[in-house]
Design a protein around this ligand. Sequence first.
Ligand SMILES: Cc1ncc(COP(=O)(O)O)c(C=O)c1O
Length: 353
Amino acid sequence: MGDIHPPVRKVELIERLCRIVPWVDAQAVLTTTGSEAVEVALKTARIATGKPGIVAFRGGYHGLTMGALAVTDRAHFRSYFEDQLYKGVSFAPFPECNDVSRVTADETLGLLRAAFQQGAPNGDPIGAVIVEPVQGRAGVRIPPDGFMAALSDVAMEEGAMVIADEIFTGLGRCGSMLASERLGLRPDIVCIGKVFGGGLPLSACLSSQSVLSAWPENDGEAIHTNTFLGNPLSCATALAVLDIVEHWDVPERAEVLGSQLLSELQDSLRGAERVSEVRGRGLMIGIELVTDDGSPWKGGALRVAEAALAQGLIILPAGEHGHVVELTPSAFLTEDQATHSLVVLSSIIQKIH
Ligand SMILES: Cc1ncc(COP(=O)(O)O)c(C=O)c1O
């Protein structure tokens, strides 16, 4: 698609990329941003199933272009454009492994089955479920064991495609090449981005040939393309990224370093007044902050991030209320950097009010 004269780097990259996904007949569409990879995934599911409706998850973040925004659940990003967004999206709650107060995995699966029966809010039949294996911008929300596998089963029974949005979690961050592998999700379509381009704009939507062949033959005018799709510079950089990921076993490094950071943070923040939980998978770690009454501390993570920046640490506030400190460091953090970051961060979080 969109490939009139593909540069050799692009072909090499696509061949290499197809080896990281679970299908023997994998194919990839290169795109420029994460949002665009999501657009292609949604279009693919629509074409392959003939069913336009989508299930997405509360708290999910999939990007801010119109299609991706329609499946993103954050009022801050949606409110001005609500009337322009596709109405065939059913939002299901995202169950969290340590959250007993909200919805359980079984309740969510029941709601999913009901959504498939009833169709989307606008009546459209549902042909796709889009999910982040671990919700990133929602505040490192980790699903209970077995949930993702059960979600795949339900989607398969209902003839819907599972789209794994691995734009944040993919390429090793969560301790496996794709977080889906580790969490038991069996996607039909995978989106990757962020680290993939090594700082240059590049992302991809991958699926099996049997799914992607649903796109009509290119009769000279591609149905999805863009000017910079698969540009040689980004492709060459992505090949170097994949060299590093494979040569240095980034998934394993992320797992080892992430487990160490997580357990040290859990130890040092045990009993800290404002901390309700420290959780993570690989190098995606979240520290949830609460107020005195146990409710999410609105903007608390921003306060921590500002104090951390003043001491040379870059961290991100995450979560619907900006109440989760999100740590997504490089897999190449040195021992000294890790120790220094832990000491600085723990001391800020213990003292902050
Ligand atoms: C899970 C996920 N999906 C999609 C996107 C959108 O990617 P981009 O900002 O490159 O459009 C992001 C970006 O943060 C993301 O975290």
